[in-house]
Design a protein around this ligand. Structure first.
Ligand code: DX5
Ligand code: ZN
Length: 219
């Protein structure tokens, strides 16, 4: 069984509270929050005040995906705002800063994760694996919802699962981008345990059924 983390990037921002209540009511596990700075990715989305505003709205863990340059500058603010899981991109800073950033996230009592863009090989994650609670494999280029799922990222998921089983077996693998009713099974079979879904969740005619499908509770 997998967890689903619906991405509020595809929510109605004028009705965010309603849409987050809906995520919880439909049986989803986490809420995925996409933070973009217009520098690391060519788009700007939501930031610290929005995380703070939605924290009291749900009991579900907030899974905050930082697509920002040099994230170490802001992790403390996001944790204070209410992030439960904080994901940084290893392409967004130097290795020494990334290591310090993961340590800082954990010291502040938050779960720490790294993310890899499609062009970043699994091996690039090796220096960080023992400091991670989760590794996020992007299955689209970060920046926008509604893109096509990159099935060629599945060998990377499997390779990371094998690497983690040797050094940090409790570490989760998350996939993000293009996950829908058709692609979710492949993600789970490849070793992903947390599946982000933005547009497919919000477009689903029956969101509760979609949640069960992504979790692998229905065929
Ligand atoms: C893309 C974001 C994703 C996005 C996924 O940069 O990280 O979380 O919301 O959207 P879908 O599921 O529509 O591909
Ligand atoms: Zn994301």
């Amino acid at each position: 069984m997998a967890r689903i983390s619906p991405s509020i990037l595809s929510a109605d921002f004028a009705n965010l509270e309603r849409d987050i209540h809906d995520i919880e009511k439909n049986g989803a596990d986490w809420v995925h929050v996409d933070v973009m700075d217009g520098l690391f990715v060519p788009n700007i989305s939501i930031g610290i005040p929005v995380v703070q505003a939605i924290r009291p709205v749900t009991r579900l863990p907030l899974d905050v995906h930082l697509m920002i340059d040099r994230p170490i500058r802001y992790v403390e603010a996001f944790i204070k705002a209410g992030a439960d899981w904080l994901t940084i991109h290893i392409e967004a800073d130097q290795p020494a800063n990334n290591l310090a950033c993961l340590e800082k996230i954990r010291q502040l009592g938050c779960k720490a994760a790294i993310s890899l863009k499609p062009g970043t090989p699994a091996e690039a994650a090796i220096p960080y694996l023992s400091l991670c609670d989760m590794v996020l494999v992007m299955t689209v280029e970060p920046g926008f919802g509604g893109q096509k799922f990159m099935a060629d990222m599945m060998p990377k998921v499997s390779a990371l699962r094998r690497m983690l089983d040797a050094v940090n077996p409790g570490c989760l693998i998350e996939v993000d981008g293009g996950v829908d009713a058709a692609t979710c099974a492949l993600c789970r079979e490849s070793g992903a345990e947390v599946l982000v879904a933005g547009s497919a969740y919000f477009k689903a005619a029956d969101r509760a059924a979609f949640v069960k499908c992504v979790q692998g509770k229905t065929p």
